[in-house]
Design a protein around this ligand. Structure first.
Ligand code: AMP
Ligand code: MN
Ligand code: MN
Length: 315
């Protein structure tokens, strides 16, 4: 599955790697591990990223990310962890400067784009595809590359808790532990450390919770103004949906947050009986069976009622 990707990489020198907007651990992990691996074989490689949560700032080389392409044109754009090219963290202009495009993704029912794609729907993280590709390219995984792969695997599998976790995921993780990746430090930084305003956002989210269908659906909306007044950075206002799914009997949880541009980001989680990716795709987004999302641009009340009705037909 990687022979075409290898051909593209072999003939390219200047390479940019980009993940999705509002990057999560898998987007950051797959982009930076790919970049550092490509540098090891002499490529002039850079990650493009506009903004990311402060919580990732402890990772090596993360501050080297560029916001724009500095050259007139470049050989290859590697797109990771984004099921469609609308969500890539790159301007149209910089996207069009690429001579070739390689897409690497693991979402359900993706819209393939670019010249070559490596899509594996049943892997839990784009970082696992990148791990396989780096091995295919015969590049030695060092601690920095390993830290990023670990970050991607760990975050997209809910610390290896989600049913999407494969034996291959755990075997890859074992290899990373073997080469000395400081998994415990990464876990502590990403799972057990947060800024105080975020703790208050958790309280606010739970305070705003609405319960439907005898507790099978839990919904919460936090307006952008409240996120600002709590002192939470926009890119750090994530991760609330999991709390809403914790009360016994909850099948689907929905967390919606207002954004600075006036749109609303919908984040859904499911216990597995309901495929939330189908719902997200219906509303123009995407994701996985148990975790999916989309953006609301219209009236929130109208969109909320539509969503609750659809979920009601499934729970
Ligand atoms: P989140 O709730 O933001 O953690 O996202 C859960 C999953 O849904 C991730 O795999 C995302 O890539 C996907 N997702 C979230 N928002 C969108 C969107 N607007 N379009 C496509 N996929 C999305
Ligand atoms: Mn992602
Ligand atoms: Mn992912």
């Amino acid at each position: 599955m990687f022979s075409k990707a290898k051909e593209l990489i072999d003939k390219s020198n200047s390479i940019y790697i980009v993940g999705h907007i509002g990057p999560d651990g898998d987007s950051i992990g797959s982009a930076f591990s790919m970049c550092l691996a490509l540098r090891k074989i002499g490529k002039n490689a850079h990650v493009l990223m506009q903004q990311c949560s402060d919580s990732f700032m402890f990772l090596p080389h993360i501050k080297e990310a560029r916001k724009t392409v500095e050259e007139e044109s470049y050989d290859l754009l590697v797109c990771v962890d984004s099921s469609n090219n609308d969500r890539l963290d790159i301007s149209k202009e910089d996207y069009n400067k690429a001579k070739s495009i390689l897409m690497i993704d693991h979402h359900k029912k993706v819209n393939p784009y670019g010249d070559v794609n490596c899509i594996v729907e049943d892997l839990p993280a784009a970082s696992e595809i990148v791990y396989n590709l780096i091995n295919y390219l015969d590049i030695k995984i060092d601690k920095d590359i390993g830290a990023y792969i670990y970050t991607g695997l760990m975050t997209d599998t809910g610390s290896f808790n989600y049913s999407s976790t494969r034996p291959s995921t755990l075997m890859a993780t074992a290899k990373l532990v073997e080469i000395g990746v400081d998994f415990s430090y990464i876990c502590d930084k990403l799972n057990h450390t947060l800024k105080e305003p975020k703790l208050k956002l958790i309280a606010k989210t739970i305070d705003n919770m609405e319960v439907y269908f005898n507790g099978k659906l839990r919904y919460s909306y936090v307006p952008y103004e409240d996120i600002v007044s709590l002192g939470v950075e926009e890119e750090d206002a994530e991760g609330m949906t999991n709390y809403l799914r914790m009360p016994e009997g909850t099948e689907v949880s929905v967390y919606i947050r207002g954004k600075s541009d006036g749109t609303k980001k919908v984040s859904m989680r499911s216990g597995g009986n309901v495929d939330v990716s189908e719902i997200a795709i219906h509303f123009g987004g995407g994701g996985h069976v148990r975790a999916a999302g989309y953006t609301i641009t219209g009236d929130l009340e109208t969109e909320k009622q539509k969503l609750i009705e659809i979920i009601g037909g499934k729970v």
